[in-house]
Design a protein around this ligand. Structure first.
Ligand code: GLC
Length: 554
């Protein structure tokens, strides 16, 4: 709804911060982060004026797992891996977070389990095992090869042959991630109970992994070739050569989404977020025809194929706003554990600052990725240190390790992430001695302080967290200007995507004073009819009340 909101849910007003638990804080000295470390850093995130000021944390998987895909291969949906802690620690984490009014969102990986999950161990034990049908088993094709042509996202076929029972099982990621059979109602019930297990423990929401893959074509037909496939794909990239017609976005997914939502609705104020790539017209359906599916299908439009271009970014926002039904709430994601770091993708720290201002001033729920608030870049991973199966199978340039490196807390050994002398599971950035929380906290114009200021400003400004969005046309093609408004409160946001300074003519009625610049050095300056923006600068202008002419749609 593009109008002032009366009653907003926490997940609409709030800002989500993603924590990759292996890389946040290592309290046991084994080079890997843990839940105790998240508890230790809660004050950094919320609960005081000095805190970053986010409203929810989403924690990537901490379940027992052989770590073939770093926790996205779950061996028990209802426990904590000893590497990360135990259920008692998790309960303490929930209590400590809630004491700071911080919500807890956890990952749920419903499409596949680990091959070490007891369900799969049973399923593969014999063809007549009661859990055989819990996974997707098929006879070999006539030539003895895989049952169809599907490829794994991580390279190679999506099928592995099991000698003992003479059939193949389906896995669209690594072979250690067999796919659950969502056509089986017993599987569905068992999975819904795993949601209740955590909802009962006080979890406020789930981020649901590759939710668009749940249902597969009943006949498991071959996917057609992708005519636009890059000629540079590696030989084993079978997935990249095909169009995902029969394995993704099946209409039957929506029945599942409604069932999942009903589980959430058994509780108060819980939030259903889904990981969902793909075209806008398919994506938008996951809000449900009547708002009865996901609260927030993650919007990744700025992470894939988006270049640093004001017109493209504006178009992506305007198209999204136009596509959303009234009941659907927008959201934006700028970084996560699967994509290059924001600062690297968009070209540097100045651009990352501008992107932060954009993310935190648009209409909709923003999701931040740990370390982006320091402007952390991708970290070069030496070939012998690559851990991610995607990088190991599809080439080092595709490794996701680059964005999963340890959080940088201070200038000491291991950036304060692990004790001195410990080898961290992935290397730190080369500049960690200067790019860390302690250094940036003391620097009033640091990226960290930009995030803090922006988050505090957003929290205090209904026009930003709940108001309408109106794009404004300006002459300068490399600038993006919009108005956020609720009632009398108006904020003009002006973003210069260019590497040169620009002089904007403020549309009539837009004058006021600069409340915040991405460089944190010009608050209070009065904007006249024109507004000077330095290279990559973005500003929030508090439009003088009583100014007419802007936001007439409001
Ligand atoms: C999602 C996760 C990714 C994981 C994959 C398989 O895309 O974000 O990290 O490898 O699903 O679970």
């Amino acid at each position: 709804m593009n109008s002032p909101q009366q009653e907003l849910h926490w997940w609409q007003r709030g800002v989500v911060y993603q924590i990759y638990p292996r890389s946040f804080d290592d309290t046991t000295g084994n080079g890997v982060g843990d839940l105790e470390g998240i508890i230790a850093q809660l004050d950094y995130l919320a609960g005081s004026d000095d805190a970053l000021g986010v409203d929810a944390i989403w924690i990537s998987p901490f379940y027992p797992s052989p770590m073939a895909d770093f926790g996205y291969d779950v061996a028990d949906y209802c426990d904590v891996a000893p590497l990360f802690g135990d259920l008692a620690t998790f309960d303490r984490l929930v209590a400590e977070a809630h004491a700071r009014e911080l919500k807890i969102i956890i990952d749920w990986v419903p499409n596949h389990s680990s091959d070490q999950h007891r369900w799969f161990v049973e399923s593969r034990s014999s063809r007549d095992n009661l859990k055989r049908d819990w996974y997707i088993w098929r006879d070999p094709a006539l030539d003895g090869g895989p049952p169809n042509n599907w490829g794994s996202f991580f390279g190679g076929p999506a099928w592995t042959f099991d000698e003992r029972t003479g059939q193949y099982y389906l896995h669209q990621f690594v072979p250690g991630q067999p796919e659950l059979n969502w056509r089986n109602s017993t599987v569905r019930e068992a999975m819904y109970d795993t949601l209740r297990f955590w909802l009962d423990r006080g979890v406020d929401g789930f981020r649901m992994d590759v939710i668009g893959l749940l249902m597969k074509d009943e006949e498991l037909r071959d996917n057609p070739p992708n005519p636009d496939a890059s000629p540079h794909l590696l030989a084993n990239d079978l997935f990249g050569r095909l169009l995902s017609v029969h394995n993704m976005f099946l209409p039957e997914n929506h029945e599942r989404m409604r069932e999942i939502r009903q589980v959430f609705d058994e509780y108060d104020e819980r939030c259903a977020i889904g990981e969902l790539w793909g075209p806008l017209d398919e994506w938008v359906k996951y809000y449900g025809a009547e708002g009865d599916e996901l609260h927030l299908p993650f919007n990744f439009r700025w992470m894939d194929g988006m270049t640093w271009d004001s017109q493209q970014i504006r178009a992506s926002v305007d198209t999204l706003e136009a596509a959303l039904p009234d009941f659907a709430w927008p959201n934006y994601v700028l970084g996560n554990h699967d994509r290059a770091r924001l600062a690297t993708r968009f070209g540097g720290e100045a651009q990352a600052r501008l992107a932060a201002l954009l993310l935190l001033t648009l209409r909709g729920t923003p999701t931040l990725y740990y370390g982006d608030e320091l402007g952390m870049p991708n970290v070069d991973i030496p070939p012998e240190k690559v851990q991610d199966p995607q990088g190991l199978n599809l080439g080092i340039e595709r490794t996701r390790d680059v964005c999963r490196t340890p959080m940088q807390w201070d200038s000491g050994a291991n950036a304060g992430f692990s004790p001195a002398g410990v080898e961290t599971w992935l290397p730190l950035t080369a500049d960690y001695a200067t790019r860390n929380v302690a250094v940036q906290a003391a620097d009033p114009t640091s990226v960290l302080n930009l995030y803090r200021r922006l988050l505090a400003y957003r929290r205090a400004t209904p026009a930003l967290y709940g108001g309408s969005y109106t794009p404004l046309d300006v002459e300068q093609q490399d600038c993006y200007v919009y108005l956020r408004a609720t009632g009398e409160e108006k904020r003009l946001i002006a973003l210069n995507f260019s590497a040169e300074s620009r002089t904007l003519t403020i549309p009539a009625g837009g004058s006021g004073s600069v409340a915040l610049s991405t460089y944190l050095d010009r608050e209070g300056a009065v904007a006249g009819e024109t507004l000077e923006l330095r290279a990559y600068e973005g500003v929030i202008v508090e439009v003088e009340s009583g100014e007419q002419g802007l936001g007439s749609r409001d």
